[in-house]
Design a protein. Structure first.
Lengths: 106, 476
């Protein structure tokens, strides 16, 4: 592959919209947590762990991409779909269980 | 249809942000969790509406299987095992990301993904070269970081479970080996990116190395720091979700992943701050500067106290503070301690719980465990709030806690835990420590508190001792 310095501005321009999104999302991620009380550290971590299962979208797209894909692709992709779903469903369910305990006493 | 899908993703993203925001306040936390779940459900649903999506039965079966498995795991886990549970789930997420990347790689070699990629790259003219490079590098990051997150999380779980020793494990030239591995992985990535079409073996090697790296990364870190490690690995899984989003040109995945990555790192640093450590020190497996020096010799005598004397002491106190530790949770004695608290309150004593930021195995873990036993929320007092009260406290009951009440953290610069904020129970009038044996705490450090003239030890299993203690107080 050949690369030249002259192409770099065009390259940067082409990824600029994504770059905007990325940088803003980083700030958002930090700001949105703000001053979270210690009590909520564990549930918050568990909830954001469930959220990291968004990979599930990628798994679905991968499994569904080709009817005639090689069998090994389908095996790997469906395995990843199962695991990502466990991450999402298990994550939210566990978080809900933790948070439910804070509710009942008053 | 395409527009509808994009709008669906946008709404899902708003749910993600509102959900995380909600989860950082006690009043809105429950709603926040459901908002997150709603967003995730929506994102999954619109993904299924993608035109040309094949293998629908396989997708539905996998989703169903995963949901069933996830529900089963989450409903079976004990509350004391929560940190392990989160760690394992995070490992699954990391492995899922790595497998998506791997299946993409395999598709390149057996299917037509490579041809499509090259066509697309050619269509982009000069930029195509960069596009190709970018694509391959992103793919390798998903693969490697996902793998690290997977084995790292499994190791963290094993350490918390005690299946692998919680002590930091070291071997000769560890730094060299671990960092060398990282360098090799970077070189491999560059090599793969430069010759994308001939490199299936290299990619497999990269994947294996990343799995090994995950294990080596967690080995030298002590068990007490596992929550920080899990939070950090969670952030890494977020990063892989983001890079996978780039691969599929999917903004919901990209933004969701970045949100988790950024908030995860921030949360990790908050946790470190609570322990007066830096993230770097935790990840390098070091305790504070004192680690080189020998800890001070313990002097004095351990004094024991009997059940009856303890009962009398407690029954005639007006201010009692309970310091619950992980030992309490392991012995499943939360309900008994709540009963003791009610009896003392009925006798007119003021009884509170002092919660250290890292009590239990994770920040906030002890609150969850006590809440499970119906302990009232306003009796749980955080460290900063209760420390000034200790000099006025008649009896402090330390149950299964150790390092968080060790005065060496304040007055012995040679101690490995020097600098960690502690509950200053040594300032109370009487300290009673309920403990199974004289074994050192999770950090492996001797505790000066036990040698303090005001301290008396009540040896035994927390559950048995508390049960007997309650009977003794009732019988007075």
């Amino acid at each position: 592959m050949e690369f030249s310095v002259q192409e770099i501005p065009a390259l940067i321009e082409s990824v600029l919209p994504e770059l905007y999104l990325l940088i803003l999302a980083v700030f958002l991620g930090i700001e949105v947590i703000g001053r979270v009380p210690q009590v909520l550290h564990t549930p918050l971590m568990s909830g954001s762990n469930a959220l990291s299962g968004v990979v599930v979208i990628g798994s679905i797209l991968m499994v569904g991409r080709a009817e005639d894909a090689h069998w090994s692709v389908l095996v790997l992709a469906s395995l990843s779909l199962v695991l990502a779903t466990v991450n999402v469903v298990g994550g939210f369910a566990v978080t809900a269980r933790m948070l439910n305990m804070f509710r009942k006493k008053k | 249809m395409e527009t509808l899908i994009q709008i669906g993703y946008l709404v899902a993203l708003v749910c993600f942000v509102l959900g995380i925001k909600g989860m950082s306040h006690p009043d809105t936390a429950r709603r926040g969790n459901w908002t997150l779940a709603l967003g995730m459900g929506l994102a999954t649903l619109v993904t299924m509406m993608q035109p040309g999506l094949g293998n629908l039965p396989l997708i539905l079966i996998s989703l169903g299987l995963g949901s069933w498995w996830g529900m089963r795991m989450s409903s079976k886990a004990q509350m004391t095992e929560m940190p392990q549970m989160v760690s394992l789930l995070n490992g699954f997420g990391g492995l899922a990301a790595a497998l998506v990347a791997l299946s993409e790689v395999v598709d390149m070699f057996y299917g037509d993904a490579m041809v499509n990629l090259l066509m697309e790259a050619m269509g982009m003219g000069v930029l195509g070269q960069y596009y190709l490079l970018f694509y391959v590098v992103t793919l390798m990051i998903s693969l490697a970081v996902g793998g690290i997150s997977f084995t790292g999380s499994v190791m963290a779980m094993a350490k918390l479970d005690g299946k692998v020793s919680g002590q930091p494990l070291r071997f000769p030239m560890q730094g060299l080996v671990t960092n060398g591995l990282l360098v090799i992985m970077l070189v491999l990535t560059v090599a793969i990116a430069t010759w994308p079409s001939y490199t299936l073996p290299l990619i497999v090697i990269l994947m294996i190395l990343s799995l090994v790296y995950g294990v080596l990364f967690v080995l030298p870190i002590g068990g007490a720091d596992m929550p920080v490690v899990i939070s950090f690995l969670n952030s890494l899984t977020g990063l892989t979700a983001a890079t996978t989003g780039l691969l599929f040109d999917n903004r919901a995945m990209l933004m969701g992943g970045v949100l988790v990555g950024a908030s995860g790192i921030y949360l990790t640093m908050l946790m470190c701050k609570a322990m007066n450590r830096t993230l770097g020190a935790v990840l390098l497996g070091q305790f504070n500067s004192g680690s080189g020096q020998a800890a001070r010799e313990m002097s004095g005598q351990i004094k024991e106290i009997g059940l009856y004397d303890t009962a009398v002491l407690l029954a005639y106190s007006s201010r009692v503070v309970v310091v619950p530790g992980y030992g309490l949770a392991v012995a499943q004695a939360q309900h008994l301690v709540h009963e003791l608290e009610k009896i003392l309150a009925a006798k007119g004593a003021e009884c509170k719980y002092a919660i250290h930021p890292v009590a239990g195995r994770m920040p906030g873990h002890m609150n969850v465990l006590l809440a499970e036993a119906d302990v009232s929320y306003d009796l749980l007092v955080e460290m900063e709030a209760i420390n000034p009260d200790f000099p006025l406290t008649d009896v402090v009951l330390v149950i299964g806690a150790n390092d968080v009440v060790n005065p060496a953290a304040e007055n012995d610069p040679g101690s490995p835990i020097y600098g960690m904020p502690i509950l200053q129970v040594h300032q109370a009038r009487n300290v009673i420590v309920i403990k199974r044996s004289m074994a050192a705490g999770y950090a492996g450090v001797e505790n000066e508190l036990f040698y303090d003239p005001k301290t008396r030890m009540l040896f035994g299993d927390a559950k048995a001792v508390l049960g007997d203690l309650i009977q003794a107080i009732k019988g007075l």
